[in-house]
Ligand binder design. Structure first.
Ligand SMILES: C[S@@+](CC[C@H](N)C(=O)[O-])C[C@H]1O[C@@H](n2cnc3c(N)ncnc32)[C@H](O)[C@@H]1O
Length: 317
């Protein structure tokens, strides 16, 4: 075992002590959505790719799984004209102060029609685009002028300051575990960024997304299948036995579910979705299938080299 794995194992075991994991998980934060540029870049990437696939690039009601440190990606959706944003998480990482700061910075980015921050500016950002100009074909003058109108922006800002259960613009549901937290068939677009690899109950999550989506809606997800620092090799988490993994995970509310891309496709189809686009991030594997633990011995060779994916799906017609 390498040092990194030993550290993860010790931390995992330590979380069985009362209070250790709950305190650290909240204090540590998730990164990513703690900057406006990141949130802006991610929202515009999902929007541009929706447009490219012929999907609705003006979704009225949007929902996000796992917003993390701020609600910034959803706030970017509201700033660019969406009417309502639902956010579902299992830990309340976001807070009003950070949301307001990011909101104000996002307004400036949109007012300036800032180009989409690319990998040169924000390393490792996925999904990749063909080009990073501000998408004036989607966010044209009319749409943005209406969306950025002062009284509208003030209303959204007030909504961030007063997170009420009946808030007109933003609903932050933490923790959520049940589809019944919102109305069925009410959402135009459900998205997530670096979240579905952490979700414990994938089947229930896809089922919930299916029930929330309007018949014309779509889902848009970026998933990272790498080991998240739990092993030396990017795909070394597939070599651990279930018992060792249980110790590494300890009592953390979430770590990674270790499911490869083919599991997502399988559940997606079982739950009534139809994939319409995907872009895989392929990485060389230094491990061969025979080095994997029993559970993964039957893994498809394509999964072994799929380190991430961006995909979109609609309800099967
Ligand atoms: C790596 S962070 C990503 C945060 C953010 N999306 C970003 O791009 O920076 C993973 C997020 O997924 C959330 N999460 C884990 N399990 C979840 C679940 N079952 N449902 C919704 N969110 C979940 C975590 O609490 C955390 O906010």
């Amino acid at each position: 075992m390498k040092l990194r794995q030993i550290r993860q194992l010790i931390y995992g075991i330590a979380t069985f002590m009362p209070g250790v994991h709950a305190f650290r998980e909240k204090a540590k934060g998730t990164g990513g959505t703690n900057t406006a540029k990141y949130c802006y870049s991610i929202w515009l990437r999902h929007l541009v790719l929706a447009n490219k696939s012929g999907l609705n690039s003006h979704p009225k009601i949007v929902a996000e799984l796992g917003p993390g440190d701020s609600l910034g990606i959803g706030l970017a959706a509201l700033i660019s004209g969406s009417d309502k944003y639902f956010a579902f998480d299992v830990i309340e990482h976001a807070n009003t102060e950070r949301n307001l700061k990011i909101f104000d910075e996002l307004i400036e980015l949109f007012r300036e029609r800032t180009p989409i921050p690319s990998d040169k500016e924000l390393a490792e950002m996925k999904p990749a685009l063909d080009q990073y100009n501000f998408p004036i074909n989607i966010l044209d003058e009319k749409r943005l002028t209406e969306a950025l109108e002062e009284s509208r922006i003030k209303k959204i800002r007030d909504a961030i300051k007063n997170p009420q259960p009946n808030n007109e613009f933003i609903q932050y549901k933490v923790p959520w575990y049940n589809a019944s937290v919102i109305e069925k068939k009410s959402i135009d677009m459900i998205f997530s960024q670096a979240v579905l690899e952490h979700v414990e109950d994938l089947k229930n999550t896809y089922k919930s997304m299916y029930s929330w989506l309007r018949p014309t809606g779509f889902i848009s997800h970026q998933v990272d299948f790498r080991s998240h620092g739990t092993s030396h090799e990017w795909n070394g988490h597939w070599t651990y036995s279930d018992f060792l993994w249980k110790l590494i995970k300890g009592k953390r509310a979430y770590l990674i579910n270790r499911e490869p891309y083919s599991t997502h496709i399988e559940i997606l189809e079982e739950e009534g979705f139809q994939k319409i686009f995907d872009a895989k991030n392929k990485l060389k594997s230094n491990l061969t299938i025979d080095k994997l633990s029993k559970r993964y011995k039957t893994m498809e060779s394509d999964d072994l080299t799929t380190a991430g994916v961006f995909f979109q799906a609609i309800i099967k017609r």
